[in-house]
Design a protein around this ligand. Structure first.
Ligand SMILES: [Zn+2]
Length: 75
């Protein structure tokens, strides 16, 4: 059974800030994938991404769920 469109997670690289990020693409048969991916890559929120990076301060993003679990264990 062939679906006409499928949701697919694709890795894109932002042409402006060079960040790699994942988007969920909805592709149907007649869509030009390359053009679609380029368009989605151009929609990257560079400001939000830069904020996210700077808030990590080089340490990377901590998993808040893991951190709270560790805190609960320590008690
Ligand atoms: Zn960007």
């Amino acid at each position: 059974m062939a679906k006409r469109s499928a949701a697919k997670a694709v890795r894109l690289t932002c042409p402006k800030c060079m960040a790699a990020f994942t988007v969920v693409a909805f592709l149907s048969g007649s869509v030009d994938k390359e053009a679609y991916y380029q368009q989605r890559a151009g929609e990257h929120d560079c400001t939000a991404h830069a904020k996210m990076l700077s808030s990590g301060n080089g340490e990377g993003i901590k998993n808040p769920l893991k951190a709270s679990k560790a805190a609960a264990k320590a008690r």
